[in-house]
Design a protein around this ligand. Sequence first.
Ligand code: HEC
Ligand code: HEC
Length: 209
Amino acid sequence: MKFKPGPTIAAAAVIVVAIAALLTSVFSGRAVADSSEALATPESFAAINDTAARSAALFTEAGKVLTHPRCVNCHPAGDRPRQGDDRRLHQPPVERGADGFGLPAMRCPICHQPANFEPSRVPGDPAWHLAPRDMAWEGKTLGQICAQIKDPARNGGRSLDEIVHHVGADHLVGWAWAPGGDRRPAPGTQMQAGALLDAWVKTGAVCPN
Ligand code: HEC
Ligand code: HEC
């Protein structure tokens, strides 16, 4: 008996082709997003012979994280946090208050739980609050952010090693790589960001222009 594809088989073939096309578009889309959001390793800067230039280049790479909306939204220039990739002002209107946890009537932890709350896409962390004014990064160049991060008078009294540890291991900072909802995570991984800053410190912590 000769095999003839019946209507059912033809329909199934169409569905298989459609699913394959869908998967291809999904995965190729993801691949593009991944490669643009990756971080270069410290080793990949080894070809820059001049130590100061290498140090500045390492910080510039880490700057992809520092200037990312997941970080800057909590390091705003004003008293209100920002939201989303378009960095719009936080809704509802909340302000940093005396301790960064908000005004007495609108404290951050009222809404921001110890972990992301997916049903209403509210970000969460046990220490969720706004960075102090002198740690504002919004509207600054990477060189200005670099100088500020190095300055104990404006970085919470931290040594450079403490900055490396803070970026590479702090739980609140780590939220930026697992931000919940459909938020775009910070580039690379938290460990890679810490490794870049560690290499930056070991090459003299030179700031880019
Ligand atoms: C009345 C509830 C409420 C209070 C109080 C509140 N938030 Fe939010 N916040 C939200 C909600 C809801 C979202 C998510 C909005 C969205 O992405 O659609 C959010 C998102 C954010 C984001 C955005 C993260 C990103 O990168 O998109 C930041 C930053 C933030 N809040 C900081 C704070 C800080 C700091 C405080 C305290 C000073 C605070 N919030 C107080 C409800 C609140
Ligand atoms: C939910 C808000 C929030 C988010 C998100 C956030 N920070 Fe912060 N950040 C803070 C607060 C609050 C402080 C001050 C903490 C302290 O001094 O103990 C701070 C301080 C810092 C400091 C030390 C002081 C300075 O500015 O020199 C660094 C470095 C830092 N954050 C890096 C980051 C990076 C990198 C990201 C993103 C990957 C990030 N933060 C995301 C709230 C946030």
